[in-house]
Design a protein around this ligand. Structure first.
Ligand SMILES: Cc1cc2nc3c(=O)[nH]c(=O)nc-3n(C[C@H](O)[C@H](O)[C@H](O)COP(=O)(O)OP(=O)(O)OC[C@H]3O[C@@H](n4cnc5c(N)ncnc54)[C@H](O)[C@@H]3O)c2cc1C
Length: 607
């Protein structure tokens, strides 16, 4: 049954929206809807979420993993500038424009970062964001459904009950099906020293191989996402929770540097309106658009604002800088004896596909419970696991002048922040405490390699005062030479897995443009420059939580420096990428922020 746009009091339009709310949230993605839900638990509070995209229509491509169709709600017309580190190639920049944000269209992987990732954030000057601080909020946010013991045994699924919770809004579990080739890959990875990990979401979890959890609502095996978890589920009892969809926030309104509301306009174009907040405006527009709203509002690098004749409200050179993502690389393979079925069968064999769909509809184990083309196993690899030469690699990266990795006109405070991050990340590389990459084989015709902790830094800036104009995105991927070295080490580890007996029985041949003729690191890196994709849609860190002297934009309470009544809730606040996927951390950090705000204003149970 398609579920259409909800029709009830909490979905407002431009005619019925109130003129004042307690809080206004710009962006209805993971952070935005989590906060709106938690803040409206206090009935004296009113919240308006302004979301640029529409409500989804409950299409199969959203709800059913095997029918995955993220393009239904891509932000339109976003393209990077030519990437100098990637042979001047340009790329579509993919992020969501829909109620629920990334959670509505993402690949459903639900992994926390490593303990040292959050402890590292804390060490950059951010109390209250260590692993120990976030852990209760990971638990609060989630609702884990155990697979049956027999299925878990068959599929090598393991977890630690002590670090999983069962009462939160975000449902997650494991698909109820796996492709046979995943066993070949698992055994091959083990034979090259990648050990099974009991629970990748546990504190101080080791790196190695595991079956990754996904945001699945069991037993329907449909997507669990922010719209469902933090909106649909609560709105019937929340007349104080309003969502205005398909409208774009264009500017924050200030009175004496106090944020008092926002201007917004229909995303399709039209006239601007204003709405006011008695307590705060909270930005939750994601890693590419929160910096846009800040810059349009006069908060950002003074030079940029003056060039566009935008009156400066706060000169914050870090806004839009420090852009990070987790690049991806596909390595194609031909197989002489691959096992079937695999995702190739799923995509090309109509009979198999129809049979799997019938199983899915009948709530039986089905390939439709897996995101199409992905498999269920993954390796999380430290630099030590990837290469014996890790010490030399770290030493070489340490010897580099950090300034050489940033644009020549970089602001001095942004450079200081980068130096601190670099020091931290290189310590993590050396100690093996954080993963540097993921290796994955979908069990069909290609392996995927993800770089988790790049040292290159990019930017996202406006070049127009038109709020509907696309932002200028420059990932600057592979501008720090360490990144391609690390990537090459990951590539070689992937090769090792494919050279192991359990994969060799499938007769794999690394295909063009890669292949056995590439033997030196330099040859591999040369092909990589032509093949790496700068993004896994994990854009972050563009309004970083760090001290102002380190180019930070928000305090550890997420308050934007230099103004009052304005916070950043979305992934822009992260100082660095974590060695997981963003969703789990975004739900948890929004839960943490909701509690901070409730305490500050004495809301709900806090008074
Ligand atoms: C295709 C895809 C696959 C992904 N796969 C995974 C995965 O498997 N696992 C994982 O953990 N993560 C994945 N991610 C990343 C993850 O979904 C995001 O990192 C996460 O959603 C970020 O949360 P957020 O709250 O910061 O922003 P978002 O969830 O992106 O929400 C931001 C919202 O703000 C809205 N917005 C932007 N500008 C404005 C404006 N001016 N006015 C009003 N609204 C605005 C946007 O439309 C959007 O809905 C994926 C993302 C994508 C796009």
């Amino acid at each position: 049954q398609p579920r259409l746009v909800p029709r009830h009091a909490t979905v407002v339009d431009r005619q019925t929206v109130n003129s004042n709310y307690t809080f206004i949230i710009a962006g209805g993605g993971i952070a935005g809807l989590t906060l709106a839900d938690r803040l409206t638990e206090d009935s004296s509070v009113t919240v308006l979420v302004l979301e640029a995209g529409p409500f989804d229509q409950g299409q199969d491509g959203i709800l059913i993993p095997g029918a995955f169709a993220p393009y239904l709600y891509f932000w339109p017309n976003l393209v990077t500038v030519p990437q100098v580190g990637l042979n001047d190639r340009s790329f579509p920049a993919i992020c969501a424009q829909v109620v629920g944000g990334g959670s509505t269209i993402n690949a459903m992987v639900f992994l926390r970062g490593a303990t040292v990732d959050y402890d590292g954030w804390e060490s950059l000057g951010n109390p209250r964001h260590s692993w120990d601080d976030l852990f209760p909020y990971f638990l609060k946010s989630e609702n884990f459904t155990r697979p049956s013991a027999s299925f878990a045994k068959a599929g090598n699924i393991s977890w630690d009950e002590a670090v999983r919770a069962h009462k939160g809004p975000v449902k997650y579990s494991y698909p109820n099906y796996f492709y046979p080739g995943s066993a070949n890959w698992w055994n091959a990875a083990k034979s090259v020293g990648l050990e099974p990990v009991k629970d990748p979401n546990a504190p101080n979890s080791k790196n190695g191989i595991f079956w990754f959890p996904t945001v699945l609502d069991v037993p329907s095996m449909t997507r669990s996402y922010a719209r469902r978890n933090h909106y649909d589920k609560v709105i019937t009892s929340r007349p104080n929770y309003h969502v205005l969809a398909s409208n774009t926030v264009s500017k924050i309104l200030f009175r004496n540097k106090q944020a008092i509301g926002v201007s917004y306009l229909p995303t399709a174009g039209g006239t601007a309106s204003s709405v006011y907040a008695s307590k705060e405006v909270i930005l939750a527009a994601g890693g590419l658009h929160t910096p846009q709203i800040l810059q349009l509002s006069g908060i950002g690098p003074k030079k940029l604002l003056e060039k566009l004749s935008i009156p400066v409200v706060a000169d914050l050179p870090g806004v839009g800088q420090n852009l990070q993502d987790q690049p991806t690389l596909e390595v194609p393979y031909n197989f002489s004896a691959n096992v079937i079925p695999n995702p190739g069968t799923f995509l090309t064999n109509a009979t198999y596909n129809a049979e799997q769909r019938a199983f899915y509809d009948a709530h039986q184990p089905s390939a439709y419970s897996i995101i199409a083309t992905l498999s269920t196993n993954i390796a999380r690899v430290s630099l030590q696991q990837a290469t014996a030469a890790y010490k030399q690699m770290v030493a070489q990266a340490r010897a580099r002048n950090p300034a050489d990795s940033l644009p020549t006109d970089v602001d001095a405070t942004v450079l200081e922040g980068y130096k601190a991050q670099r020091k931290l990340i290189l310590q993590q590389f050396e100690s093996g405490s954080a993963a540097i990459g993921n290796l994955h084989w979908g069990t069909a015709d290609s392996a995927l390699i993800y770089l988790l902790k790049p040292l290159s830094r990019g930017s996202v800036n406006i070049n127009s005062t038109d709020p509907l104009a696309p932002v200028v995105i420059d990932y600057r991927t592979a501008t720090d030479p360490a990144d391609l070295q690390v990537y090459t080490a990951l590539f070689r580890k992937n090769r090792q897995i494919f050279a192991a007996r359990n994969m060799q029985v499938l007769g794999p041949t690394e295909a063009s443009p890669f292949g056995a003729q590439l033997t030196t690191d330099a040859q591999i890196a040369t092909v990589m420059r032509n093949q790496v994709n700068p993004s896994n849609s994990h854009q972050c860190c563009t309004a970083a939580m760090m001290p102002r002297k380190l180019g930070g934009v928000v305090s550890s309470e997420h308050e934007v420096y230099g103004v009052k009544g304005l916070r950043v809730a979305d992934i822009s606040f992260w100082p660095t990428e974590v060695s997981g996927a963003p969703t789990a951390t975004m739900y948890a950090s929004a839960e943490l922020l909701a509690d901070m705000i409730k305490k500050e204003y004495c809301l709900d149970d806090y008074c």
